[in-house]
Design a protein around this ligand. Structure first.
Ligand SMILES: *[C@@H]1O[C@H](CO)[C@@H](O)[C@H](O)[C@H]1NC(C)=O
Ligand SMILES: *[C@@H]1O[C@H](CO)[C@@H](O)[C@H](O)[C@H]1NC(C)=O
Length: 508
């Protein structure tokens, strides 16, 4: 094994050194080398060998389980071409060929001829031109192609069309402005296509022709789209995940997502949407997760989520401009589990805010809103709630009667950064902490909300309000505060309460 990498060898040696410490050192070393050889070569593949380090310098070669792993960094086309020439005679399997941070503006014809490359990366290498026959010889073996962070102004369609086994194509961070018709023709096995952070403002109607049956994930994020390219996308029968975040989409309309009947996840975050019109997602019957955060949404049509009834579980509407919980539109979503409404401008929660859909919600985020008070029945329908975030609002009171409907299922509750007033009706909080302590100490340790004692003009941790001075003793002790050993600082007050509630529990 003359050319295994130094790094690999030395870490293995360190890792196994202890085993051989008491045995004969020479035998130990020998078995060690055998072990390394086995690990590196794998069981089934014929052994691969690297050229000598000098021959392919400045590129580096390592022998990996499934073939060679070759890395060329910060060099140029002459050195890379030379390294490829050295590799050719033994026709090894090159499992990874990684060319990064090079000066490689043009990928020449036949540069990889007679090489069997499985994963090819040409990253941050000023690549602007790929000659038509540069990749054609790789058609039988190449499964992943990453040409991210380069200068490509178009999808290099003519050279891609030979890659009949490609599964993943990464064109992120290039300069592509238009995706032309038939841009990916020939890539009939492709499952993942990512075009994140280009300059795409136009996707022609037949752009994705040929990818219709196999493509599972498409990332068009970080581009300049102003509308959903419906005609191009409508062919995707089996697409599961569509990312169009960080574009400039101002409006979406009914029909925009027609054809995507197996879509599971749609990410429209960080666009410029102001409204969500009725029935816009009605073709997405399988949709499980919808991300709309970071838009400018002020209104959600009552029919906005029509069609999503049976499958939608995750809905993210944070960082928008909603003034109320869009209950009318949400009430049909009887499978909803995760509702995120953080950083909006919601100031009021009506009693019927969660009627019809609250039953399945386990996660509710209302942090960074403008909520000043909670009506007694606010959380009445949240029968499965486990995580509640209402930090960073304007709440002065969170009475126990508000929490009563959810207190048995809650595992995490965050009430930090509210102008809370210390009062007996906040006692549910320390009581809940004691109950949760064994299950979730992240909350008990890190989140310590404060409240103000009005008559003393000072603040206390809600955990350690001076209950004896607040005349709370004897009130609100219905919930048991058993099992409170360890962890939290036990003040004299909490001790008294503990003893009292223990007595209550015994007597009842
Ligand atoms: C890209 O490569 C150049 C060398 O060609 C290097 O100076 C630069 O730091 C690299 N950029 C990134 C983001 O790695
Ligand atoms: C929030 O809504 C109030 C009116 O309810 C408005 O005065 C205020 O400007 C809004 N704030 C933001 C950040 O939109």
């Amino acid at each position: 094994m003359p050319f295994t990498s130094k790094k690999r060898k030395s870490t293995s040696t360190v890792g196994l050194a202890n085993i051989s410490i008491s045995s004969n050192v020479a035998i130990g070393t020998f078995t060690l080398l055998l072990l390394i050889a086995q690990i590196i070569n794998g069981q089934s593949n014929p052994p691969q060998t690297c050229p000598t380090a000098n021959d392919i310098s400045p590129c580096q070669c390592q022998v990996k389980k499934n073939g060679l792993d070759i890395l060329c960094e910060a060099t140029d086309v002459t050195h890379i071409t030379h390294a490829m020439t050295v590799l050719k005679p033994k026709s090894p399997i090159i499992f990874y060929l990684k060319l990064r941070h090079n000066n490689l503006p043009k990928l020449q014809s036949f540069i990889f001829l007679a090489l069997d490359i499985r994963h090819l990366t040409i990253h941050n290498s000023s690549l602007a031109v790929i000659e038509e026959t540069a990749l054609s010889s790789l058609g039988k073996g190449l499964t992943q192609l990453d040409v991210s962070q380069n200068q490509l102004q178009n999808v290099p369609s003519s050279t891609l069309k030979h890659l009949h086994h490609l599964l993943i194509l990464n064109l992120n961070h290039n300069k592509i402005a238009v995706v032309h018709n038939q841009a990916f023709v020939g890539l009939d096995t492709l499952e993942i296509l990512t075009l994140y952070e280009n300059k795409i403002s136009n996707i022609e109607p037949e752009a994705f022709r040929g990818l219709d049956k196999k493509l599972k994930r498409l990332n068009l994020g970080g581009n300049h789209l102003t509308t959903i390219p419906q005609k191009a996308l409508g062919i995707f029968d089996n697409l599961k995940k569509l990312e169009i975040q960080e574009n400039r989409i101002e409006t979406i309309k009914e029909g925009d997502f027609e054809g995507l009947r197996n879509l599971d996840s749609l990410i429209l975050a960080h666009n410029k949407l102001r409204t969500i019109p009725g029935r816009v997602f009605s073709h997405l019957r399988q949709l499980n997760s919808l991300e709309l955060e970071g838009n400018l949404i002020t209104s959600v049509d009552a029919e906005a989520f029509a069609g999503l009834e049976e499958n939608l579980q995750y809905l993210r509407l944070g960082d928008n401009d909603l003034h109320m919980i869009p209950s009318e539109s949400l009430k049909r979503l009887h499978r909803l589990r995760h509702l995120d409404l953080r950083s909006n401008n919601i100031s009021y929660i009506p009693e019927d805010a969660f009627v019809g859909y609250g039953d399945s919600i386990t996660f509710l985020n209302l942090q960074k809103n403008d909520i000043k008070s909670l009506p007694a029945m606010a959380f009445e329908n949240l029968n499965s709630l486990e995580t509640l975030s209402i930090q960073n609002n304007k709440l002065t009171r969170i009475p126990e009667e508000v929490m009563e409907p959810v207190i048995d299922t809650l595992r995490v509750v965050d009430i930090m950064d509210n102008p809370l007033i210390c009062s007996c009706d906040l006692m549910w909080f320390p009581n809940l902490l004691k109950e949760l302590k064994n299950r979730d100490d992240e909350m008990t340790q890190k989140k310590r909300p404060m409240c103000t004692m009005l008559n003393e003009h000072r603040e206390y941790f809600v955990q350690s309000m001076p209950l004896e001075r607040m005349n709370c003793i004897g009130k609100n002790l219905g919930r048991s505060a058993m099992s409170s050993s360890g962890g939290v600082v036990v003040t004299s007050t909490t001790l008294i309460i503990l003893i009292l509630s223990f007595l209550c529990a015994c007597l009842s």
